[in-house]
Write a protein that binds this ligand. Structure first.
Ligand code: SF4
Ligand code: SF4
Length: 722
């Protein structure tokens, strides 16, 4: 039930040697895993690598044929621990997650994996969700590579390089007994291109080729003292030099030669295309890698190879390091290498490029211009500078004409989202009790922190909202409310939140949004989904789990019933019951629901069956135009329209065609005692004789009430849909 089905694209995973693969980067990475003889794969979804897991789920038949085990993990720690198979057995494995948050969750297992090291190739594909498109905190996984001695690859975003890096990553891992992280930015995941495929390789040890015996006990492979003291020495004395040798011998970093011998550029592989774009704009290169300034593309950003850096920098007056994000790990290392080898090459980096923020083509072009301005008088920069200034002037002119910056468009809940009514109910309850401390979480429900709800005081991580209220609740006169999704509950909230709160006899309120999927990452299944990827069986039940843990105050409420939700919230906020109070807010993700029912409706219509759809509307003659309904709902379908009354200038509320008929409008208007302007309409398709007769009868009654003839030709208010 993922957001996007790859069932067609996965056919390209079956391509054999010599055939040409065309498609997206993330699909190419998946093909590279199969070409590398991977024996097990797993992960936790999240942008920008959700599709890697989704593609694998859609490839189950192929995985079964090859004997590859696929594990859809409930969090990144579980995914990282999966790599433990490669500690004792010569089998290749790959796991994936969204970084930096996923790497944080996986950190414990990663440390314990990196310490003993691996004998089978272990690869971690991380989606570095960095920059203005990112939905998370801005940090770099590079820190983990440095502290845990993991190797970090950052391939140039073209398919051939990415595939090559995946294959080489397994070899590097085995040659150095070290897990390798491969970082993909969002553009790399979705870049399209082609490469010449190889045959898939069935692993020598797999689900289809079982081991007769477990590995012999070897304490050296346990991450406990005194083994850890040996591991620490191995990391530095054996694995690091082996990795540096491998990087050079296999040409993992690319040198783009250029005629200027006095200048150079060192760039992270993932940013190489942006750097080429900048050089192209300045007239010093093109998009295909032909450059006038020699450029060292680091497809491996950790470890650096000091000899390679020295060889590249020696004899050059100045070198620019293009490295996105902070701190400037690579620049600092290059500076240290140059200093230790007593090279006088002047180093530029974060002094001409910004320390923080995404390195877009404009940002990098600007940095390149500053670098050349300080280092190369002979390059005429007037043209590119003018073009950059002209582009900026054009943008500010457009802003001027628009009368200032465009209004922000914060993300919000989908039309008909089942989570919206809960926040409407909280807002209404706040009118009675005053403001409540809301501890928010990761997931769609975090949209409530934005307009029009503005509900949420903090977000501490996925599944952490209940724990995050731990020290707030005891100092608060009013009870706190923690909101967490079912995804967050299974990911971490069950133990870090509920178990800890029970253990500490916490007097807090928890709302669990049970929408049935990890919706924010593309609607993947959860342990409590009504189905899972293999069959239509629910594996776990949230309410039953909570009861088994001893939660004594537990209510399951249909989210769209705003009145009942308000009564339950009042009860939770005021009950004498002093322990944890949990409300399971039940309502299927509307996006997933629409995706599920649309084909069913289309099929029913095709068969000529009667189909009834519900829509809501606003009677524009009754609407007072105060828009309280919009402030309490925030549904994108509930918008405004000019008032039909010439004496009223305020626009009226209006429900547009996007309405899915969830019913919240009516519920909220009723619960908040708003004007009675909402009406509910049923759209009947393939109407039967009874529907038609009823319709005519209604038209007749309406016409009588209006004092006209039902057949007078006046357009009826509601036509039966065919
Ligand atoms: S994806 Fe589902 S849960 Fe998320 S905002 Fe949309 S309808 Fe709501
Ligand atoms: S009924 Fe109201 S809240 Fe629900 S989808 Fe329609 S406009 Fe939106």
């Amino acid at each position: 039930m993922a957001e996007r089905s790859f069932s067609k694209e996965v056919q390209s995973l079956r391509l054999g040697a010599g055939e040409v693969f065309h498609g997206e980067g993330i699909l190419a990475v998946t093909k590279a895993l199969l070409q590398s003889g991977v024996a097990y794969v797993g992960g936790y979804q999240g942008a920008p690598i959700s599709h890697l897991v989704d593609v694998l789920v859609d490839s189950q038949d192929l995985l079964d044929q090859l004997g590859v085990h696929l594990e859809t993990c409930t969090n990144e720690a579980a995914a990282a621990a999966l790599l433990g198979a490669s500690i004792n057995y010569p089998i290749r494995g790959c796991v994936t997650w969204k970084s930096i948050v996923g790497t944080n969750v996986a950190a414990d297992a990663l440390s314990n994996l990196a310490s003993p090291g691996v004998i089978g190739g272990a690869l971690i594909v991380i989606g570095e969700d960095y920059g203005e498109g990112a939905s998370i905190i801005q940090e770099r996984a590079h820190a983990y590579a440095l502290k845990s001695s993991l190797w970090l690859m950052d391939p140039r975003p073209n398919l051939a390089t990415m595939v090559d890096c995946v294959e080489k990553a397994f070899e590097l891992s085995e040659a150095t007994n070290t897990p390798v992280m491969l970082e993909l930015r969002i553009r790399a995941c979705h870049v399209t291109g082609s490469f010449v495929a190889k045959d898939n390789v069935a692993p020598a040890i797999s689900r289809n080729r079982l081991l007769a015996e477990p590995a012999p006990h070897n304490y050296d492979r346990i991450s406990h003292p005194p083994s850890t003291y040996i591991h620490e020495k191995l990391k530095h004395e054996v694995r690091l030099p082996a990795a540096q040798r491998f990087i050079v011998e296999h040409g993992l970093n690319e040198l783009l030669p250029g005629e200027r011998q006095d200048l150079g550029i060192i760039v992270q592989g993932g940013l190489a295309n942006v750097a080429l774009r900048g050089l192209d704009r300045i007239g010093l290169g093109d998009l295909f890698g032909r450059v006038q300034i020699p450029t060292l593309v680091l497809n491996v950003t950790h470890p650096l190879v000091p000899d390679q850096i020295v060889e590249f920098c020696a004899g050059r007056r100045a070198v620019l390091v293009i490295e996105e994000g902070q701190p400037d790990y690579i620049e600092q290392q290059v500076a240290a290498i140059l200093r230790k080898r007593d090279l006088q090459t002047r180093l530029y980096g974060k002094d001409v490029l910004p320390m923080a923020g995404e390195y877009t083509a404009e940002v990098v072009t600007d940095g390149l211009l500053k670098f050349f301005a300080q280092t190369a008088n002979d390059i005429d920069l007037s043209g590119p500078r003018e073009r950059l200034e002209a582009a900026r002037a054009h943008r500010s002119k457009a802003l001027q004409l628009l009368g200032g910056p465009l209004p922000l468009r914060p993300p919000g809940f989908c039309v008909g989202c089942p989570e919206r009514p809960v926040f409407g109910a909280i807002k209404l309850v706040e009118r009675e009790y005053g403001k409540i401390h809301i501890s928010s979480d990761i997931g769609c429900h975090s949209f409530a922190t934005l307009a029009p709800f503005h509900l949420g005081n903090s977000i501490l991580g996925y599944g952490m909202s209940l724990a995050a209220a731990g020290a707030v609740a005891p100092v608060m006169q009013r009870r706190t409310i923690s909101v967490m999704g079912d995804g967050g509950f299974w990911h971490n909230g069950l133990l870090s939140g509920v178990s800890s709160a029970m253990f500490n006899r916490a007097d807090r309120v928890l709302i669990i949004m049970q929408n049935g999927y990890t919706s924010a990452t593309g609607a993947q299944y959860l342990p409590s989904s009504t189905a899972n990827r293999r069959d239509q069986q629910r594996t776990s039940d949230i309410a039953a789990t909570l009861r088994a843990m001893g939660v004594g105050w537990l209510r399951t409420i249909r989210t769209y019933d705003v009145g009942e939700m308000m009564r339950t919230l009042r009860d939770a906020m005021t009950t004498k019951f002093a322990g944890l109070k949990v409300i399971v807010a039940d309502g299927e993700c509307q996006l997933a629901r629409q995706r599920r029912i649309r084909p069913e409706i289309a099929a029913a219509l095709k068969r000529g069956e009667r189909v009834v759809r519900t829509r809501y509307g606003v009677d524009d003659e009754i609407c007072t135009g105060d828009h309280s309904c919009i402030r309490l709902s925030g549904c994108p379908s509930l918008t405004i329209a000019p008032s039909p009354d010439p004496l009223r200038t305020d626009p009226v509320a209006h429900v547009n065609n996007g309405c899915v008929g969830c019913g919240l409008c009516g519920e909220i208007a009723d619960a908040a005692v708003l004007c009675p302007s909402f009406y509910r309409a049923e759209i009947v398709q393939n109407a039967n004789a009874w529907d038609r007769m009823l319709f005519r009868l209604r038209q007749w009654v309406i016409a009588r009430l209006q004092g006209r003839n039902a057949d007078s030709g006046t357009a009826p208010a509601l036509q039966p849909a065919e």
